[in-house]
Write a new protein. Sequence first.
Length: 320
Amino acid sequence: MPFRRLTRFVTAPDGTRVAYHTHVGNAPEGEAEPTLASRPAVLLTNGIGTSENFWRYIVADLEQDHRVVHWDYRGHGRSELSASGNYSLRTHVDDLERVTELMMARGNGRPPHQVGFSMGVRVVLELYRRRPELVPAMTLIAGSPSSPDPSAWLIPLPGGHDTLARSFQALTPLVPRVAPFVHELLASRLAYPLGRATGLLRARAPRADIVEFLLALRRMDPQAFWMMMRGLVEAPPSWDVLPGVRVPTQIIAAKNDLLVPLREMTRMRERLPSAEWVLVEDAGHAGMVEAGTEIAEAVRLFRRSCGLAEQEGSPRAHST
């Protein structure tokens, strides 16, 4: 769906321009940034390959009385391909750090509530490790502090993560050859039914949203996508961050998620016993569009319960 938004860029040390988008809602044309500057801020960090429509329910709910920003990983959306060819997890954390600081400078100086989806969970956790003052609160949606454990797959992969990492490295030269076939599949009418047949998509997954996601994925540079996947697998897990978390945290899990299984989300919950736990029934990894209204409401209620919605500048807070 189209958003009213302002797009700006932050330039990384290697010259890559990384895009971030401020959702302006009904703010007056030409006065959006001054109007939004004093509002409580929320920063949305994607999953790998995720298109912005995954955030549409959260954006629609919050943009009228919050300053809501989402940003694009390198090679995603409006962001450029990595000038250095670096798509490591650390590089994405670097980019999030810069986006957060610029967002604060253009706003009221306060750090935003950091919301991460899928891979974004690890990016947000690693930002907390490095700069906890930039993370006053976290919402972690359908993402784990580590990549999926191959030894726990239906058909276990001997050697687990080490074997998976070596496989990604070995297969990298084949990416340009395989990419055209993957593009054809993503553009075909088979993509959505295949997702439903494999259980990756639930019956509630809106076809239009999934098609939009698949088209965005098809537009991505295949090498960038592969190197991001490889970087995610090769990065050390972030489980050791959890015992040191001292900020309000919300965990949102989807009961039928096949990519980030419920057991992984439950394990994170056990390591963060003070976190608010939300379990979404009849939703998979695409839960943000399958159960978008429910998740958006949960995020707003969490902000309210933590006092985040009552920060200076929130019109809705002032009206209650």
